[in-house]
Ligand binder design. Sequence first.
Ligand SMILES: NC(=O)c1ccc[n+]([C@@H]2O[C@H](COP(=O)([O-])OP(=O)(O)OC[C@H]3O[C@@H](n4cnc5c(N)ncnc54)[C@H](OP(=O)(O)O)[C@@H]3O)[C@@H](O)[C@H]2O)c1
Length: 307
Amino acid sequence: MSPVWKIDQLADQTGRTFVVTGASSGLGTEITRRLAARGGRVIMAVRDTAKGHWVRDRLRADEVKADLAVHQLDLLDLDSVRRFADELHAEATAIDVLVNNAGIGTVPRRLSPQGVESQFATNHLGHFALTGLLLDRLAAGRDPAVVTVGSSLYRLGRLDLDDLAAERGYSPGGAYAASKLANVLFGLELDRRLRAAASPVRSLLAHPGMARTELDRNAPASARVMAAVLGVLFRRPIAEAVAPILYAATEAAAPTGLHIGPGRPLRPARPTFESLSRPASDHGLARRLWSRSAELTGVDPAPTSGA
Ligand SMILES: NC(=O)c1ccc[n+]([C@@H]2O[C@H](COP(=O)([O-])OP(=O)(O)OC[C@H]3O[C@@H](n4cnc5c(N)ncnc54)[C@H](OP(=O)(O)O)[C@@H]3O)[C@@H](O)[C@H]2O)c1
């Protein structure tokens, strides 16, 4: 049964630290604003620090006491992911919640410095490595959690783990759906591994439905026209679309093993529990994705027991 929960019920977050990737625009900025407004400390992990500082100053202007730190993180580049994690280790930062939110959508084919297609590399591989490198810091947190932002489009995703540079064919929308399938498979496999290790850290999956962000700014014109038309009817304002993500990040009772979405379109967003179907429910595919991701990143997230 889905909860009756609205954003204005967001509990006091004083004393808790959140890492939010992609905090410099769209959903990430709103997640940051809401958490900071309830007393949380937010580490804004952004690829462009000038933009990050500008957004931080704007948020501070609204919330005088907002405790916000801006750190550089380019998820497309695994060296940058390692540098970011090293910085947090050097500062001995205790982290309560990691929100794997950043993403790119429907972009032309491009490769990461490591030679992987950019949507898969940014949306999945960067977050896979980041999570693995921060799990030890999370294990000491209060109600620690990793929240990975998925999408209903996971259902359309097809993963070819032998062609991650997309040499055999590429479509911007197909690659986006595949990267979102990878997010969901990762979140579920991480949940299984954390529970098997009796780790205190939980892995949750949330998605915003369709939201009025600029995610498709680099999409082909035809896709943007289609999105704009659908958007008039179905896209929710950002301030509402973040509800399921904030719920997952702050409520200890939020369930793992499913997708927490915003509920039916054309209604106010409220966290709604959605079971996940194929291809997300394919455990074998999730394990193969995990091994391939560990191979490509050199990071194998290893949950430890909280005991
Ligand atoms: N909007 C929707 O309808 C929708 C639906 C389902 C799921 N989602 C998911 O929601 C999440 C947030 O997207 P959004 O809609 O808020 O889009 P957005 O406004 O475009 O925000 C995406 C954020 O990700 C950051 N980012 C992109 N590449 C990065 C990289 N290499 N390293 C670090 N950060 C990077 C961007 O940084 P800059 O500020 O520098 O651009 C931006 O802050 C994504 O995971 C997306 O897949 C969105």
